[in-house]
Design a protein around this ligand. Sequence first.
Ligand code: NDP
Length: 335
Amino acid sequence: NQQILLDNRPEGEAQASNFKLVETDTPALADGQVLVRHHFMSLDPYMRGRMNESKSYAQPQPLGQVMQGGTVGEIVESRNPRFAVGEKVVGFGGWQQYSVVDANLPGVLRKVDTSQVPLSHYLGAVGMPGVTAWYGLVKLIAPKAGETLVVSAASGAVGSAFGALGKARGCRVVGIAGGPDKCAYVRDELGFDDCIDYKVHSDVKSLSAALKTACPQGIDGYFENVGGMVLDAVLLRTNAFARIALCGMIAGYDGAPLPLANPSLLLINRIRLEGFIVSEHMEVWPEALAELGGLVASGKLRPRESIAQGLAAAPEAFLGLLKGRNFGKQLVQLA
Ligand code: NDP
């Protein structure tokens, strides 16, 4: 069983040398346990925060242990009557080829139906990132039909799901993404009304002017994934009583400071801004996953994936995610 451990903590930007690839035997199963062979593992921006020592909303990733993370795979051995060999499951198996799971613990493994939704999408649109978009949209922004919504990192796992969910509610949805290919995909394949390239409009003045053109009625709801200059530009275009779901600030995960240029706009426009962590809202997951599964099965949400091959490729793929080199949900294929 190949595994990737966190070997040492980053100082400044994360590096491939923070990780270490090792090989171990899989232990024999005890009663209640199953052996899962991972087909795909998920790489997610939150993993960068956990590489640091400082305590955030989640405990830091322990040194010398397998990197934690979401996985989908197949039961290959079972000593649990509720799980049969061959069944497909989503779990939290970490950066390794196999995991031994005590399948009696509540919520550690969930069986998934791959007849309408491909297995890998349970780590993306029909998984944690999709539910993240759903929670921020439905519970925090709570849009009315006809309102204008904006989302940053629009081509990614969370952003693409946000667009489909917003369109399904009759909103005008505008994305912000990096580069012409990502913007064309957001507009043409994801069905956003417009998408702005923040690499072309690379300062607050230019980006807010582009937002003014793309959002002639102003912005009622903003789903923030990035932070920094993008947030400053969006704030300039918000309507009175706009809602901001603060989901992520990836521009700062490697340590860059993210000052807010004009916080008084929050007051002037009576904005409600709320941060959230999707794993603290397990009560919405069934409803959100049902809607997201329906959107994927019906072809209304066609999520894109960047798939790195083999466990050894995971560190570089992860560093690429933090630099925007991924195009869609970043996965590693293991089997
Ligand atoms: P994505 O698939 O969107 O990939 C990350 C994208 O972020 C990149 O493709 C890149 O897109 C963009 N990006 C990276 N670096 C920068 C930068 N310096 N400035 C601007 N954009 C950058 O990832 P996810 O969909 O998985 O996650 C999106 C956000 O949601 C993240 O901030 C993540 O932390 C957050 N999140 C929060 C959760 C919560 O519970 N609060 C749960 C899950 C995710 P581009 O090339 O377009 O810039």
